[in-house]
Design a protein around this ligand. Structure first.
Ligand SMILES: Cc1ncc(COP(=O)(O)O)c(C=O)c1O
Length: 489
């Protein structure tokens, strides 16, 4: 196999060059039938390969030609036995992983701080989650991974589980001991499914945490679009065969996917794989250099703290991705969200996410030294503006408590419900998700018992201006809970 080739992207261009008369969708027919302003903005080149699964362009639902060749090259690049392209993001790939191993009633071991696509797949499949509590870090108010000891205990207590899901690395770039976790799960023949949404690049440099495939995991859902240079929404599902069959994965992926797959997204995956396979190491070397430089300069600013390897203090935190800049701003007496807004309004800088105590900035091969300079200069200015407010140094960091699951998420989701005031919901069972997005990790999932502490945490986030989402009532005044049967008098 030749990693310099792009069978799908090249195949699309060749097809376009033949200029066939098109009597098929998409009806814009190379852009000629669409809004002129949009057409000239997007450009004829892009529109000319916005095609569908006609001959000879292959079909994501049954790949045998150029899509298969592109997937095979990706499998080689990622060290997998099979790679499947997803145009439904990593969310689609995560749902595929879970539905490939779980039947209704099957157990799956998952950390509680999972992305909502995991809980959605648990609801769709009817699987029963066995939650492992992630390690909470009260220095930063974030949650990390799971310990191998917790995994061992969960596997011993539930040897019949059909899967173990691990987030590697987390949104904040922290990894647990994935290799050890995989070895433990495999002793029980439990397949390991990795949410690798934030780790497509880690496979390509030895200073970065082990990728799922390097650690011997069975499947990984990997967002090429987030950090690997493909277009938004395009991801891959990598599979190491043994405990999971590729035919099963292909059929579930197809069930969950649109039949109108975007060839622009697919071609961007093919090209991003070439870029990573050929230049990945050197790109990551330069990105790591920039990130190290940024971290050093950020830590010279009073009131700002950007942790490095000292964030690793336990078995749940054994490695980290230095390209993720977790910037703690609590000592400035500001919330992460305040800083996000300040940077937007005063410096025209957009961050990846903010929470109550931090902002997260990601450094990628798309960054240059000037971008780092702008961030450092802006935060230095912010620090000077707020330095007199440093008395808030001992701010108490709150990490949300993990609620108790009273019903399976599926039972709760399909139960009869009633709508009540959120402030009066303590003790009731939630029928809805409530999460801060990003990162999209639920505060409540359907089936969990609502606590005062978590209602207060929701209010803290709303008051700080953070995007709390999930309930049908987006004012968050009310929440849907499981209807209680009352005895008749
Ligand atoms: C940890 C994690 N998993 C999964 C996803 C879903 O990825 P995608 O947006 O590609 O569907 C995200 C997205 O933010 C995420 O943060």
């Amino acid at each position: 196999m030749n990693q310099h080739e792009t069978p799908l992207f090249t195949g699309l261009k060749k097809h376009r060059d033949r200029k066939p008369v098109q009597f098929h969708i998409p009806g814009h027919k190379g852009g000629k039938g669409m809004d002129e302003e949009f057409r000239s903005f997007i450009g004829d080149q892009a529109l000319s390969i916005d095609l569908i699964n006609i001959e000879p362009l292959d079909d994501l639902h049954h790949p045998q030609g150029m899509i298969k060749q592109a997937q095979d090259l990706a499998a080689e690049a990622f060290g997998a036995d099979y790679t499947f392209f997803s145009v439904q993001g990593t969310s689609g790939a995560i749902m595929t992983m879970i539905m490939s191993v779980c039947h209704p009633g099957d157990k799956i071991i998952v950390p509680r701080n999972v992305h909502k696509s995991v809980t959605t797949a648990i609801i769709f499949s009817g699987a029963k989650p066995v939650f492992i509590h992630p390690e909470l870090d009260d220095r930063f108010g974030i949650s990390h991974g799971i310990t191998s000891e917790a995994v061992l205990k969960a596997c011993e207590a539930h040897p019949d589980a059909k899967g173990l899901l691990v987030i590697n690395p987390t949104y904040f770039g922290v990894s647990a001991d994935l290799k050890k976790i995989v070895n433990i799960a495999h002793r029980f023949d439990i397949p390991v499914l990795v949410d690798e949404a934030h780790g497509v690049h880690i496979h390509f440099h030895e200073r970065l945490p082990l990728s799922a495939m390097q650690a011997g995991a069975d499947m990984a859902a990997t967002s090429v679009h987030k950090l690997g240079g493909s277009l938004t929404q395009s991801s891959v599902l990598n599979l190491r065969e043994g405990l999971v069959s590729h035919e099963r994965v292909q059929s579930i992926l197809s069930m969950l996917h649109t039949t109108s797959t975007s060839y622009l997204l697919l071609a961007s995956l093919d090209a991003a794989r070439r870029h990573l396979a050929i230049h990945g190491r050197e790109l990551m070397e330069e990105t790591l250099r920039l990130a190290d430089h940024a971290r050093r300069r950020l830590n010279e600013i009073p009131g700002i703290y950007c942790p490095g390897s000292e964030i690793l203090t336990s078995d749940a935190t054994v490695d980290f991705d230095p390209t993720k800049l977790i910037i703690s701003v609590k000592k400035l007496g500001l919330s992460g969200y305040d800083v996000e807004v300040w940077l937007r309004e005063k410096a025209n800088i957009e961050v990846e996410l903010s929470d109550l105590y931090n902002i997260l900035c990601i450094v990628t091969p798309g960054d240059r030294e000037e971008d780092i300079d702008e961030l450092v200069t802006a935060l230095d200015k912010l620090s000077k503006e707020y330095s007199d407010k440093e008395e808030t140094e001992n701010i108490r960091v709150k990490v949300p408590d993990i609620p108790v699951l009273a019903l399976s998420p599926r039972e709760a989701f399909y139960s009869s419900t009633e709508t009540i005031l959120l402030k009066e919901a303590v003790g009731r069972i939630s029928a809805e998700f409530v999460m801060v997005y990003p990162p999209g990790i639920p505060i409540f999932i359907p089936g969990e018992i609502i606590t005062r502490e978590n209602i207060d945490y929701i209010h803290d986030n709303v008051e700080a201006g953070l995007p709390v989402q999930g309930p049908e009532d987006d004012t968050l005044e009310t929440i849907q809970v499981i209807r209680e049967q009352r005895a008749f008098k």
